[in-house]
Design a protein around this ligand. Structure first.
Ligand code: NSS
Length: 431
């Protein structure tokens, strides 16, 4: 039996060894009495040479196969300094699993076309690199959460109320009434801390955002943490430690993939170590005004304002102490300044802006009811949530990280849609 190996594992040290490879035809070239096939699998690529003089039957099969055909190949490893991995394979047997005459994706395909055939584009090594980075970021997050004592929980997606404002809720028929798709697991995580204290979840979150920006999807992957006994400053420490671990670990494990997108421009990633710089909302407004941005105290910062702000930093940073009226109802009022809430966003540098939204939560029953009313909502819809402030209420804080936004920054992508398998936007629900 010949061992099956991955393409990327074919090395010059294996000179003379028989190997079996399984994958897809990535490139093909015929020169004289030879066919050169670059074979691709999940690990990378390797060149296989089929020579008419050495093995005529395999050579004939190799002549037949088209780009993206699935094949199983057997051959002998040859060290070759010209090959990218320093080795190639002398093909001796080629079994065609499925032959492909014509693969629809060609070199000059537009972004829109690539999204139309996303199910086929996912096999491109450059796309696979993004998915590997995303997978590794979450692997790192899990490592960190486990060693820091957080419980993973599994909150519902079908819900009855808004967390982040009614305007972006997706409504759906639920038998003889209506339900919504979850915008955030936060309220459910808040309920879970009374039994588990430190909890986290990774769920799809949904926002009916009509705005077409580089950083909005209608469905995104949301990593959320919630902890009892933590104030805003405690949870900001958790945020920077977690994000730092995710980024540093991914730099270590996915250097090759990151280099595909950033070359050696990894300074801001390296800089992502605690403590991240912290500026107040007031300071942010001063900076923006001094740079000629037309913004007044009390106004929300959008992507454009955040982009200008990120020019001041070469690592992720925090903006804390936002005005109350631009933030969500559940955020705790700042005891030192009732115009503000104990909220902080984490912004990524290089123009990316917000990747995390977090806050200390309002733990006082009366104040929370008051905030719900101020927002024009009905406290009846939040009865169970209000209960949490009646039975052993505790100071607590939490945050949500948009995984696609983190990936987009780590790989300097021009749009979050490239950071997810099958992006959902107002105009795209297929494939
Ligand atoms: O709306 S957030 O700022 N905050 C929340 O949902 C809180 N309830 C989370 C919590 O405290 N548990 O969203 C959090 C993050 C935000 O910083 C982005 O990184 C990401 O979720 N986010 C999005 N990513 C992609 N597309 C869209 N539309 C989107 N909205 C938020």
């Amino acid at each position: 039996m010949i061992d099956k190996v991955y393409c990327a594992d074919v090395t010059p040290e294996m000179e003379g060894k028989k190997v079996k490879l399984a994958g897809w035809v990535y490139r093909k070239r015929e020169v004289g009495k030879k066919v050169f096939i670059v074979l691709r699998d999940s690990s990378g690529i390797v060149q296989v040479v089929f020579s008419k003089d050495l093995n005529e039957e395999a050579y004939r099969e190799a002549k037949k196969v088209g780009i993206e055909s699935s094949v199983i190949i057997e051959g002998t490893v040859k060290a070759d300094s010209r090959a990218p991995t320093g080795a190639e394979v002398q093909g001796e047997k080629l079994q065609i699993i499925q032959n492909v005459d014509f693969f629809p994706i060609t070199k000059d395909a537009s972004d829109e076309f690539l999204l139309d055939v996303r199910h086929l584009h996912l096999r491109s090594p450059k796309v696979a690199a993004i998915m590997k980075v995303k997978s590794t970021l979450m692997q790192a997050a899990r490592e960190w959460l486990l060693q820091d004592g957080w419980y993973e929980v599994f909150p519902p997606i079908l819900v009855t109320g808004a967390v982040e404002g009614g305007a972006t809720l997706f409504k759906l028929k639920y038998f003889d009434r209506y339900a919504y798709l979850s915008q955030s697991a936060q309220l459910y995580l808040e309920a879970a801390i009374f039994g588990l204290e430190k909890v986290w979840s990774l769920t799809p979150s949904f926002r009916a955002e009509k705005s077409r920006t580089r950083r909005h999807l209608t469905e995104f992957w949301h990593l959320e943490l919630e902890a009892a006994w933590m104030d805003l400053w405690d949870i900001m420490k958790v945020e920077e430690e977690l994000v730092s671990y995710m980024v540093q670990r991914t730099l270590e494990l996915r250097k090759k993939e990151i280099e595909l997108y950033r070359k050696d421009d990894i300074k801001t990633l390296k800089n992502a170590v605690p403590p991240f710089p912290r500026i107040s909302y007031d300071e942010a407004i001063d900076i923006l005004q001094s740079k000629g941005v037309n913004i007044e105290w009390g106004e929300d910062m959008g992507a454009d304002e955040e982009r200008v702000l990120t020019e001041e930093f070469e690592s992720p940073f925090f903006v804390y102490g936002y005005p109350k009226h631009i933030k969500a109802f559940y955020m705790k009022e700042d005891p030192e300044d009732p115009r503000k809430v104990l909220a902080a966003d984490m912004l990524a540098p290089e123009g990316y802006g917000e990747i995390i939204g977090g806050s200390q939560r309002e733990d006082d029953y009366d104040k929370l009811v008051q905030r719900i009313l101020e927002e024009g909502m009905d406290p009846k819809d939040y009865e169970w949530y209000l209960d949490l402030r009646k039975y052993g209420s505790v100071p607590h804080s939490g945050f949500g990280l948009g995984l696609e936004r983190l990936v987009a920054w780590v790989l300097k992508l021009d749009h979050v849609r490239w950071a997810t398998l099958f992006p959902r936007t107002p105009s795209r629900l297929y494939p």
